[in-house]
Design a protein around this ligand. Structure first.
Ligand code: GAP
Length: 462
């Protein structure tokens, strides 16, 4: 990460805390690595990101239905999925200070690419070859232990009581899509869906990530938004291409700048994938995976059939053909989308004469607060009363904020910083002529609008 990007990252981290978007978890106890909490504005932004995804995936596609499955699943799910045996990252320990690090990340830092499919032996080969270059991120020594595969599943002690299966370890889910596969039959039996159809889900996932870095990009507790399309095997190439295009367009519609997005094709594929492309976003630390689009073949339904003993094949109601559906998956983190959206929208604008403002140029549908309402002066009860009336009328439809603290210029700056598209000021003209001043976040232009026209204005503009 160069100095400029480093500064951008530091600015975003500090801003996120100062304006109540993101807090380090358990801060009063010294923090808890790779776990973060969303503050008041962060919660709104995250909620809006999830709503935008849900609208684009479930509401606007009549052949996609939603699901909300549990975080805990039968332990066999994770055996069948391959996570118990194959969901790991290579870990090495600094021989001096015992800091644990991901070897592929250490190699990446010195420009050497280590693929996720490499065996322990291959990774150790690279580690030995490059031992002079690899530095401990904590103490700076160049002396690491051999790399070992470290399983990323987060184990729990849920229900360790009686039945046989309960003697097996239980896990917090490592990805949300397993909940979709194990409910595939329930959905086919109840939702009147026919192949091709999709099941979409938003929910928490947990991974024992070895290194805590890059802010909310890599968390140990995070949220995923995943779609699994169940398709006929012959349609795989077409469906895959359609979803690649849809998902690219989705990010443009979400307001991300196209020059900050790029495709990355995986050459060596993880155990379940037959085709895999990532959409990468230019985070302050460089282009990194935002979303994965995977063609998973029949891997998931076949292995769950094998492990559960329940036939998960599909019989086409028209042709009577019986087959195991193939899966095309799109998978993105809420938190990574959040960081991409924040990075894209964060602007420090020069206003001339030595003045500047921070403005979050968020798309209006994502803005945490849509309208801020100000009485021009807080010590004029007639202005405050009118402003409260307008605020009360708007708040049933939009997330609004009432602010009577400080001069109006300062209030504008506060709202610019959190990306509020419109501010409405109630002044003495309001009392006389029934008009208010509506100020636009991006242009900073102000226009007088009659109170009676406000509803129409916001319906058209928000
Ligand atoms: N079901 C497929 C799957 O889980 P993945 O590439 O491991 O694939 C999918 O994860 C997406 O989930 C990633 O593209 C990323 O957006 C998000 N994600 C994965 N690990 C994450 C982490 N530790 N913190 C935040 N987001 C993460």
């Amino acid at each position: 990460m160069n100095e400029k990007n480093n500064k951008q990252m530091e600015q975003i981290v500090a801003f996120s805390k100062r304006r109540g978007f993101i807090f380090q978890s358990s801060e009063i106890y010294g923090g808890f690595a790779a776990v973060y909490d969303y503050g008041s504005y962060g919660t709104e932004l995250s909620k809006n990101i999830k709503a935008a995804w849900w609208k684009a995936m479930v509401q606007e596609n009549e052949n996609i239905v939603g699901l909300d499955s549990s975080i805990f699943m039968h332990p066999k799910v994770w055996e069948a999925s391959g996570h118990v045996s194959g969901f790991s990252d290579p870990l090495a320990e600094c021989k001096k200070c015992h800091t644990r690090a991901r070897v592929d990340h250490l190699l990446e830092d010195v420009g050497i690419f280590a693929d996720e499919k490499m065996t322990e032996e291959e990774i150790n080969g690279l580690l030995t070859e490059n031992k002079e270059k690899l530095t401990c991120p904590k103490c700076g020594q160049k002396s690491f232990s051999e790399a070992k595969n470290f399983n990323l599943l987060v184990q729990s002690n849920l229900g360790n009581f009686t039945a046989d299966w309960e003697k097996e370890p239980t896990y917090l889910r490592g990805e949300t899509c397993q909940g979709i596969y194990i409910n595939y039959k329930n959905i086919v039996d109840t939702a009147r869906v026919k192949i091709p159809f999709g099941i979409a889900q938003i929910g928490k996932a947990f991974r024992n990530e070895i290194t805590a870095r890059q802010f909310i990009f890599r968390k140990r507790e995070f949220e995923q938004m995943e779609l699994q399309m169940f398709i006929h095997p012959d349609d795989a190439a077409d469906v895959y291409e359609q979803w690649r295009q849809k998902r690219w367009q989705y990010y443009l519609d979400l307001g991300l700048k196209e020059e900050n997005l790029k495709w990355h094709e995986h050459e060596n594929l993880v155990f379940y994938a037959k085709m895999a492309w990532d959409i990468e976003y230019k985070f302050p630390f460089g282009f990194k995976e935002l979303e994965g689009i995977h063609y998973r073949g029949d891997y998931d339904l076949s292995t769950h059939t094998k492990y559960s003993g329940v036939d998960l094949s599909y019989r086409d109601p028209q042709t009577n053909e019986k087959y195991v559906p193939h899966v095309v998956e799109t998978s993105v983190g809420v938190d990574r989308t959040f960081l991409a959206v924040l990075t894209d929208a964060f602007v420090e604008e020069d206003l001339g004469e030595g003045k500047s403002r921070i403005v979050l140029k968020l798309p209006k549908n994502l803005a945490p607060v849509k309208i801020a309402v100000f009485p021009l002066m807080r010590n004029k009860p007639e202005l405050v009363k009118k402003a409260k009336e307008i605020f009360d009328a708007l708040k049933s439809q939009y997330m609004c904020e009432f602010d009577d603290n400080g001069n109006v210029g300062k209030r504008y700056r506060r709202q610019d910083e959190i990306g509020t598209p419109y501010c409405v000021t109630i002044d003495f003209d309001t009392l006389e002529t029934g008009t208010v001043t509506v100020r636009d976040r991006d242009t900073m232009e102000q226009e007088k609008i009659a109170i009676t026209d406000l509803e129409k204005f916001f319906t058209e503009n928000l």
